[in-house]
Design a protein around this ligand. Structure first.
Ligand SMILES: Nc1ncnc2c1ncn2[C@@H]1O[C@H](COP(=O)(O)OP(=O)(O)OP(=O)(O)O)[C@@H](O)[C@H]1O
Ligand SMILES: [Mg+2]
Length: 360
């Protein structure tokens, strides 16, 4: 269990983490979400005592990290996967870590095998790809068989098989009763991996709730209807005060009425329904909606204005553009040539715009 009380970190004027109070409970995967610069990594560094809080406290299983006699057995963490000496071999790196806690070679071989690096155990880390580096970082986190596992963007750079492997691994660790705290910008992945979410923005706690409740709270309020009597039902629903739009023949999108109310209205009018579906928001939509005001680093003032309730006359086009993945990488984000890996991309990055779009 990780417990934070009023955890705060200031860097000069900048308040990177602002009074965070929440618990990360054992037995479930807790996702840690927030836009770029929200304070996730800083929070995780404070859990490990790598950064000292300006105020407030954080403990793991009731003690500060540094107070644990064998911390590798308490908390396994992946913060900066690349912070490994490049001329060390994978096994050499893990053996050095293992030696600090009396862990033997057998366990090192075990975790190397577990993360799929057994074949390159004696290769230098400097020659590793991004994903191999991540795998090594995860191996290091698992080395001490810790009760708490904390991973900062573990799937960053992993291939699809690797992403699936991390999902299975994290859920397995939680099922064994461990505390699993993981940050990621890959919303689709968090939606199926994390049972609970902590969402931060500008250092502050925005949400601390189950993934299901989080998504439900951002439900679109829209109901999708299919019927062979669309015109008839449309009249009826408009009269009941609903807003109705249609994207295809025989289909209606209804706002302002629940699915029960729409079903009743259809029954009263003798309208046949082929489908009646409340439209769920995705985790990504829920996240974007909730953190829209907390996004600090957003290129181009126009990107911020492209929400559907603006007077953008070409909303459809704007939405399409926004959902197009950025082709340009922010400078320095990643070495070129690693394009096969999933880029570290926040949902906000999906809003990043080309010059053309900013000008539009
Ligand atoms: N050592 C530091 N010195 C000064 N400012 C810092 C330092 N570390 C972090 N910050 C600032 O604190 C804020 C939070 O940074 P942090 O890295 O914790 O965000 P994050 O949520 O992990 O973001 P990302 O999703 O981009 O990884 C940022 O504005 C960052 O610039
Ligand atoms: Mg970070």
């Amino acid at each position: 269990m990780i417990e934070m009380h009023g955890l705060t970190k200031r860097y000069g004027e900048k308040v990177a983490v602002d009074g965070l109070t929440f618990d990360v409970r054992p037995g479930i995967v807790t996702g840690f979400l927030g836009p770029n610069g929200a304070g996730k990594s800083t929070t995780m560094r404070m859990v490990l005592g790598l950064d000292a809080p300006s105020s407030g406290s954080v403990t793991v299983d009731g003690r500060r990290y540094a107070e644990h006699p064998a911390p590798l057995h308490e908390v396994g963490a992946l913060l900066e996967a690349r912070s490994v000496h490049p001329s060390r071999t994978a096994a050499g790196h893990l053996l050095a870590l293992a030696a600090t806690c009396g862990i033997g070679r057998r366990r090192v071989d075990e975790v190397l095998d577990q993360v799929g690096l057994a074949e390159v155990a004696d290769k230098r880390v400097g020659g590793f790809s991004l994903g191999m580096g991540q795998r090594l970082g995860i191996a290091a986190a698992l080395l001490g068989d810790p009760g708490t596992v904390m991973l900062d963007e573990p799937v960053n750079g992993l291939d699809p098989e690797g992403v699936l492997w991390v999902r299975t691994l994290l859920r397995g660790l939680a099922e064994e009763g461990r505390t699993v705290f993981v940050s990621s910008h890959l919303m689709s992945e968090m939606a199926v991996t994390a049972e609970h979410l902590v969402v931060v923005g500008r250092g502050r706690l925005i949400r601390d709730q189950s993934t299901a409740d989080f998504i439900a709270s951002a439900s679109t309020g829209r109901v999708h209807v299919r019927t062979p009597q669309a015109a008839e039902l449309r009249e009826r629903l408009l009269a009941a005060g609903a807003r109705v739009s249609s994207s295809a023949e025989g289909e209606l999108d209804v706002e302002g009425l629940t699915s029960e109310e729409i079903g009743s209205a259809a029954a009263v009018s003798g309208v046949v329904l082929a489908e009646l579906t409340p439209v769920q928001a995705s985790l990504e939509e829920a996240f974007m909606e909730l953190t829209a005001d907390a996004v600090e680093y957003r290129p181009g003032a126009h990107a911020a204005a492209s929400t559907p309730d603006t007077d953008d006359t070409d909303t459809d086009t704007a939405v399409r553009r926004r959902s197009t993945p950025p082709r340009m990488r922010p400078p320095g984000a990643r070495r070129p040539g690693l394009g096969r890996s999933a880029p570290k991309q926040s949902p906000t990055a999906a809003r990043r715009t080309s010059d053309e779009e900013v000008a539009a």
